[in-house]
Write a protein that binds this ligand. Structure first.
Ligand code: G6Q
Length: 546
């Protein structure tokens, strides 16, 4: 696992950036904009239907060229090519990383171990489409002959967050007489609330699990099976009409009792958090139909092509990632806020949290060395304008620097009076206020009493990006997601980490399994944990009456 790259902090561009930062760190965006009447245009780029204005970052021409040099010195070109070529860049799991193949057109060729995977991808898409059409039209009947009205996706992490986000994001395009629910948590309440008003005879469960071994999903799937059979008189033949699976593990799917004819496959080169455009997106396709799902894939592909071919200086994900590196490493930003001014994107920040933090929350390099710099920032966010009435206070006047990505659309999907202009006025105003603030002189000029002036000063100089698109369509959603996928990839490439493994998550999957029998056994178990864990287990057992 040796790479030929110099360690990040020894690359020439890194050293130059360190020196350069000392010179520019005090520069204010007020000054930078005053010095260059065309700064907005200069630091903007447009591709695949997305317009990115990154001029409100604390950068100069020199910053930009040094960051691009850093990308070159980090071997970014070769890394991008390696990913698209199906090389096993997820080195700790010895896997290719090919979510780009999930949205490749039918005539493309992408090889994994010498085999073209594109035909398989399209075969699964066709199978999903045929199934979706049957369910959506009512041709697929439940065990008692009733049509399916409710679809419940059971999955967690990568097998949940993408489907939930996409369902919410594309609700405008969804078939409204179908009800969609998503169950992820092993807390039984999630299942109970999701199904309390549903009739088993009209309900279809999609068990979404790459491995088909995940404790939460298997527990929920079992409860779903029990719930269904209890409601339909206990005939196990009902399972075939009410359960389908999305998985890479045919054996386990069969063992659960789901006919593999009703299984939609994917492959080990699709990471969980990069799988929403694989069969894991079956619920999305059921909601919006195969045609819209294909448009979503086309949007992903458009951004893939942009990422693969555009020069780095005009490459949206590359620029976004370099700015994150700049803000994180040199300005010490610990978090990044993603603030969509589009209510349909309310689950987008939660989705991004997994994509970004599970990918780049790593502290060793590809060579297994402890990093001596920061890696992935904490991503968080809420839709605007709601956030403005809560945590924006800290972004404007707190002590921390929080770079923000504002996401907005020129057209409302369902226009309503003046709402959309007011919404967009807010997003532009927030980015403006963060950058330029309000000086003491300006506050005083408003007649504010002297004692209050410091409280009403906005320092400004707080960086943000604005991403503007025409309308939230399936295509644009795909483009936007791919933008962040590749942004994460570039960040990981600069930091020289494996963005595609998740050992921290794997640990969680094992730990609880050890404790479950200790909570359930009738006999008092011989506990061998630390004193605190032993105490908590004993107290829990006592409280539940054991
Ligand atoms: C994603 C992670 C993780 C995974 C879930 C569900 O990249 O690996 O979030 O998606 O743990 O795993 P299964 O799909 O195997 O149930």
């Amino acid at each position: 696992m040796k790479s030929n790259l110099k360690p990040l902090t020894q690359r020439a561009a890194w050293k130059a950036l360190t020196a350069h930062h000392k010179q520019v760190q005090k520069l204010h965006l007020r000054q930078l904009f005053a010095d260059d009447a065309k700064r907005g245009q200069k630091f903007s780029v447009e591709a695949a239907g997305l317009f990115l204005d990154y001029s409100k970052n604390r950068i100069t021409d020199k910053t930009s060229s040094l960051l691009l040099q850093l990308a070159d010195e980090s071997g970014l070109r070769a890394k991008i090519d390696a990913m698209f070529a199906g090389e096993k860049i997820n080195i700790t799991e010895n896997r290719a990383v090919l979510h780009v193949a999930l949205r490749a057109p039918k005539n493309a060729t992408i090889l994994v171990d010498g085999k073209n995977v594109v035909p398989e991808v399209h075969a699964v898409l066709d199978k999903m489409a045929a199934f979706s059409d049957r369910v959506r039209s009512g041709a697929w009947k439940g065990f008692t002959g009733k049509r399916i009205k409710n679809i419940v996706n059971i999955g967690i992490g990568g097998s949940d967050l993408g489907p939930v986000m996409a369902y919410e994001a594309l609700k405008h395009y969804s078939q409204r007489d179908l009800v969609f629910r998503f169950v992820s948590n092993v807390d039984g309440i999630d299942f109970v609330e999701a199904t309390h008003d549903l009739k088993p005879a009209e309900t279809l469960f999609i068990i979404s699990s790459k491995t088909f071994t995940t404790l939460e999903t298997m527990t929920n799937a079992q409860s779903a099976r029990d719930w269904l059979l209890a409601g339909l008189g206990g005939n196990v033949k009902a399972v075939a009409k009410h359960f389908v699976a999305v998985s890479t593990n045919g054996e386990k799917v069969s063992a659960f009792g789901i006919d593999t004819a009703n299984m939609f496959g994917f492959w080990d080169w699709v990471g969980g958090r990069y799988s929403m455009d694989s069969a894991i997106g079956l619920s999305t396709m059921l909601a919006v139909g195969p045609e819209n799902f294909r448009k979503l894939l086309a949007g992903f592909h458009a951004l893939d092509e942009h990422f693969r071919t555009a020069p780095f200086a005009k490459n949206l994900p590359v620029l976004l990632a370099l700015l994150t590196v700049w803000n994180t490493e040199f300005f010490g930003a610990e978090t990044a806020a993603v603030l969509p001014y589009e209510n349909y994107l309310k689950r987008f920040p939660a989705y991004l949290q997994q994509l970004t933090m599970e990918s780049n929350g790593k502290h060793v390099t590809l060579d297994g060395k402890h990093v001596d710099y920061q890696t992935g920032p904490i991503y968080w966010g809420e839709p605007g304008t709601n956030g403005q009435h809560s945590f924006y206070q800290l972004i404007h006047q707190g002590t921390r620097l929080i770079p923000c990505d504002f996401i907005a659309f020129a057209k409302a999907l369902t226009p309503l009076g003046r709402h959309h202009d007011i919404l967009l006025a807010n997003v532009f105003a927030q980015a403006e206020a963060l950058a330029f603030g309000k000086t003491a002189a300006e506050v005083k000029a408003e007649g504010v009493p002297a004692a209050l002036v410091p409280h009403k000063v906005f320092e400004g100089n707080r960086p943000s990006n604005v991403i503007l698109a025409e309308k939230l369509t399936p295509e644009i959603l795909g483009t936007l997601i791919a933008l962040y996928e590749h942004n994460v990839f570039v960040q990981g490439a600069i930091w020289n980490i494996d963005s595609f493994d998740q050992w921290g998550v794997e640990l969680g999957k094992v730990l609880a399994q050890r404790i479950v029998p200790e909570l359930e056994s009738k006999e008092a178990p011989k506990l061998k944990h630390d004193n605190s864990t032993n105490q908590l287990i004993k107290r829990y057992r006592k409280m539940k009456g054991l």
